[in-house]
Design a protein around this ligand. Structure first.
Ligand SMILES: C[S@@+](CC[C@H](N)C(=O)[O-])C[C@H]1O[C@@H](n2cnc3c(N)ncnc32)[C@H](O)[C@@H]1O
Length: 337
């Protein structure tokens, strides 16, 4: 059987990540120049000096940008001091053209986030890329169908085919329901599927997507599973009984949870899973301080709290679950209670 990652769509989504990295790196440098960091970095300065000289409040964002550039060999880091080495090159024009053609919503998001990146550094992230407004949620939903799609589907395939009849499955922070649709199409079991989504705008899109699937599908099992579905815009996890779910799925949500409460959330998710139940997650991570995911522009999104660091995240999972499997260096994880 061909590997899931061999298919054309997966290769295209991998290509998007590869082509976009040099763009994010170049934009990090352009933004630093724009806020006046170039000469200070040419002299050499630490994070505290740089943020106070430039009135930057969001030091996590600044540190992420600087570390991305260290990882790329454009800055040097010695005894906490960042020094300029060279500017990153512009990304190849053909690659940017490819990204615009194949991932138009993501490129629009990059433009929007970049136009507010300076403000975000000064502690004012942009409303127009959050999850509460209809226009931004529509953009997010389109973007979520672009390059994140194959990785999400890969994660879903780690549990959907094995679901037993009567399994109870929660999509935590399910957004516009792309994962719900994938789960419904991938399983042959009679399941109880729930989505928790705080944003009413997003929940509206999820209901619409599932309604459309109901009308289109010829599968009785999909129709039956849709009839049993529950949408929640509120989820008081402490009120959920122990051992409730067979699977909890979470895609691109953890970086919106403050790092100080991620441990508590994972412990609670473990508690509400049945013994042997699976917590399957997909999100971007930083491999280490200087091997960062380059999408620093996420800091323009009001709820962004920073991607987790791989070891810290895997340790949290191992602390709470009996077995942990990771794919693509922590991008997709499967943890069993
Ligand atoms: C990029 S979207 C991902 C949506 C969907 N899971 C997907 O993969 O397409 C991020 C989601 O995180 C949700 N979110 C943000 N902060 C959250 C929080 N503190 N608790 C739960 N969900 C949150 C947002 O409402 C949004 O649906």
């Amino acid at each position: 059987m061909a590997k899931q990652t061999d298919d054309e769509r997966f290769q295209k989504d991998l290509q998007a990540l590869k082509f976009s990295a040099p763009l994010f790196i170049r934009l990090a440098w352009d933004c630093l120049v724009d806020v006046g960091a170039e000469n200070l970095l040419k002299k050499g300065c630490d994070l505290k000096q740089l943020s106070s000289a430039l009135n930057i409040n969001n030091t996590d964002m600044l540190e992420c940008m600087l570390d991305v550039l260290v990882g790329e060999g454009c800055l040097k880091y010695e005894n906490t001091v960042y020094h300029y080495i060279r500017s990153p090159p512009n990304p190849p024009v053909v690659n940017v053209r490819w990204l615009k053609k194949n991932n138009p919503a993501s490129m629009k998001w990059v433009d929007l986030c970049y136009s507010s990146a300076k403000n975000a550094l000064h502690g004012r992230p942009a409303d127009l890329v959050g999850f509460d407004k209809k226009v931004s949620v529509l953009l997010w939903d389109k973007m979520m169908e672009e390059s994140p799609y194959s990785f999400r589907l890969f994660a879903i395939r780690k549990f959907a085919k094995d679901l037993p009849d009567s399994a109870v499955v929660l999509d935590f922070g399910g957004g516009g329901g792309i994962a719900l649709e994938n789960i419904l199409k991938e399983t042959t079991a009679k399941i109880f599927l729930e989505e928790f989504e705080r944003s009413n705008e997003y929940l509206f899109l999820a209901k619409k997507r599932i309604n459309d699937l109901f009308k289109k599908t010829k599968s009785d099992i999909i129709k039956e599973n849709i009839r049993r579905m529950v949408f929640r815009n509120n989820f008081d996890i402490s009120a959920v009984r122990d051992n409730t779910y067979d699977v909890i799925f979470m895609s691109l949500v953890l970086h919106h949870i403050p790092s100080t409460t991620r441990g508590n959330l994972l412990a609670e998710l473990q508690r509400i899973l049945k013994p042997g139940g699976k917590f399957v997650a997909y999100h971007f991570i930083h491999k280490s301080k200087f091997e960062r995911n380059p999408i620093w522009l996420m800091y323009s999104v009001p709820t962004h709290q920073g991607y987790p660091f791989k070891d810290e995240y895997l340790n949290l999972l191992r602390k709470n679950f009996s077995s942990v499997e990771d794919h693509f260096g922590g991008l997709v994880t499967v943890a069993i209670k």
